[in-house]
Design a protein around this ligand. Structure first.
Ligand code: ADP
Ligand code: MG
Length: 580
């Protein structure tokens, strides 16, 4: 369809005011345009949280040379031609306002070429006025570059947050589109650092793996729901097993016909489906797309299109709740309404051949040095009921090799355990539980550590002070580029504290590869408070470590998803030695 300016009567029916309030709003509109243009690859580059520059490139259909100017008129769209069509919209955009609104408050350069055209066009606008047009060879597709957002509206400029915060909003947005469109190859780069990338295989599992890592990906259950309910609604996606959960609802990601939406009611339906399965105050990871006849949902009610109105909200609520509940019920053989604490055995999942231990962790004979305290609490609440446990068999420590691996013998043969990965898993689960209970043990430093930081790092430390305090850190500003570290998580005592803090600051700047900053903090503190490779351990220390590993919920991988151990079965050994 050609791009046309909508007649006033149709324009008047459109929920007014495309809101460009921050860099992420710009990226959202540009990415939606690229998806509507049928792109299979979209690259997003941002500089300084998008405030300095945002560039979105796609390989979609492009814009015809004689329509480039009209695309920047208000209410100019190729996606709508009659008022009637407003009631069954299948594209993400339809108001014809975004390009005009963005161009008005920035320096914008659009370069585009259709598949048939011999040459493309580049158009440059400043404050909405066209200042330059040129012909240019380029591959089919469109690139829109937006610089100096809000340069002419200082009031809006002042409302923007720090670069990492703005970049974080953009990261979350791109992650959501990646989840909604697994067939898209999406890339996001911030100041030359890659924040995320998906490979466009079409598999939602692959996207989850890229965004959340193996630990989460392997705990996600495919939604078990009828292809289409009698009422025409279909729900698909992935829901997390109750063993993984989050401190906020950011990872409940909902789409309606692949449009990313916010919906309190549906979010509530999901939490109802998880009722009693998650510890108090924790939220699941859920990625759901609701497919529904476009006529049954009004997408034209909200300025940013983040909210939609279902013609019959009860049907959507019921479909979502049923889908999530059925999935959890089918894949966790326990009545979903069960009260925590009444069943432990039922929580073990079928399928995987897991060894069930006869060994019960006893009191610890001796703490692991340095600074290791016995583990008393491994799960946030009612440990047995909230997490599926995979048990290790009873292992006898034989010795240590390369000051890195523990050699152990078990009923099934020989085990090589990576001491760092194993201890990291132990630290991670303990810390996560302590953090959930707001009870991370701290250690006051007799002599505060003076740390030199950049002004940006100082600002980050201040911005995240509350969260750092939850991890028992007490860090106070001390001059413009120095901070005083007065208290630290007790588990970090004796470890390289400064390295841990610098890594945390990096994570805050990079927006966390799809992880919340809180999770990053957890990973970092766990990793830095774990014994290193290259450290000699006594037999007692190794025994203690294995006992603690045995008591974790997921002993087979470290929090990053690397294996903690390699198993050589008795049969494998016999085969290697030609015994049969
Ligand atoms: P809308 O998306 O609501 O139609 P926009 O202002 O975002 O309004 O875009 C105006 C028009 O410009 C679109 O209808 C589309 O025809 C064209 N357009 C914008 N971005 C692209 C793109 N990346 N590829 C192809 N066409 C585009
Ligand atoms: Mg648009």
């Amino acid at each position: 369809m050609p791009i046309r300016v909508l007649p006033p009567d149709i324009a008047a029916k459109i929920a007014a005011g495309e809101v460009i309030e921050r860099p992420a709003s710009v990226v959202k509109e540009l990415v939606e345009n690229a998806i509507d243009a049928g792109a299979s690859q979209i690259g997003v580059d941002i500089v300084q949280g998008g405030k300095r520059l945002m560039r979105v490139s796609d390989d979609g259909v492009g814009i015809a040379a004689d329509e480039v100017e009209v695309a920047f008129e208000r209410h100019a769209t190729s996606k709508l031609s009659s008022a009637e069509e407003l009631y069954h919209i299948r594209t993400l955009g339809f108001r014809g306002e975004a390009l005009a609104s963005i161009a008005a408050v920035s320096h914008l350069t659009l370069s585009t070429c259709t598949r048939k055209a011999l040459a493309g066009v580049t158009l440059r606008l400043e404050g909405g006025q066209i200042v330059q047009r040129s012909a240019q060879a380029r591959p089919p597709g469109t690139t829109v570059q937006v610089e100096n957002l809000f340069y002419n509206t200082p009031a809006r400029l002042r409302f923007l947050s720090s670069d990492p915060t703005e970049a974080g909003h953009i990261g979350r947005l791109i992650s959501s589109y990646a989840l909604a469109y697994p067939e898209l190859r999406l890339r996001l780069q911030h100041n030359d650092r890659q924040m995320l990338r998906t490979n466009g295989t079409g598999s939602l599992q692959d996207v989850v793996l890229a965004l959340y890592g193996l630990d989460v990906a392997q705990e996600m259950l495919p939604v078990d729901a009828p292809a289409r309910e009698p009422n025409g609604i279909a729900v698909d996606g992935l829901v997390a097993a109750p063993s993984v959960h989050r401190s906020n609802r950011n990872d409940i990601v909902l789409f309606v016909n692949r449009r990313w939406i916010q919906d309190q009611t549906l979010s509530f339906a999901i939490r109802e489906a998880y009722r009693t399965l998650l510890p108090q105050g924790r939220f699941p990871i859920v990625i759901l797309n609701i497919r529904i006849d476009p006529e049954q949902v009004d997408v034209n009610i909200h300025p940013t299109k983040r909210e939609v109105r279902f013609r019959d909200p009860r049907l959507a609520f019921a479909a979502v709740q049923r889908a999530v509940r059925a999935t959890l019920q089918a894949q966790y053989p326990v009545p979903v309404s069960l009260v925590p604490g009444t069943s432990t055995a039922a929580w073990r999942r079928d399928g995987a051949s897991r060894v069930v231990s006869v060994y019960t962790p006893a009191q610890h004979e001796m703490p692991l040095s340095p600074g290791v305290t016995p583990q008393t609490q491994h799960q946030p609440a009612s440990p047995d009921a909230t997490a599926p446990t995979e048990r290790l068999p009873m292992l006898r420590v034989v010795g240590q090799i390369a000051q890195t691996y523990i050699v152990a013998e078990g009923p099934g043969g020989m085990y090589l355990i990576d001491q760092h990965a194993a201890h990291e898993r132990i630290r991670y689960e303990a810390l996560r539980a302590q953090r959930a209970a707001l009870n991370v043990p701290g250690q006051e430093l007799l002599e505060p550590i003076v740390l030199d930081v950049t002004p940006q790092q100082a600002a980050l430390l201040e911005e995240h002070a509350a969260e750092l305090a939850n991890y028992a850190f007490d860090i106070a500003p001390f001059g413009p580029s120095t901070v005083l570290i007065k208290r630290i998580p007790a588990s970090l005592a004796g470890y390289d504290l400064v390295a841990a803090l610098l890594e945390l600051l990096d994570a805050a700047v990079e927006g966390g590869d799809g992880f919340s900053w809180e999770d990053q903090a957890l990973f970092t503190v766990a990793c830095h408070s774990a014994v290193r490779a290259g450290q000699t351990l006594s037999i007692l220390e190794m025994r203690d470590l294995i006992r603690q590993l045995e008591a974790t919920a997921l002993p087979h991988t470290c929090p990053h998803g690397r294996p903690t151990m390699v198993h050589l079965s008795a049969t494998q050994l016999e085969r290697e030695f030609g015994r049969h």
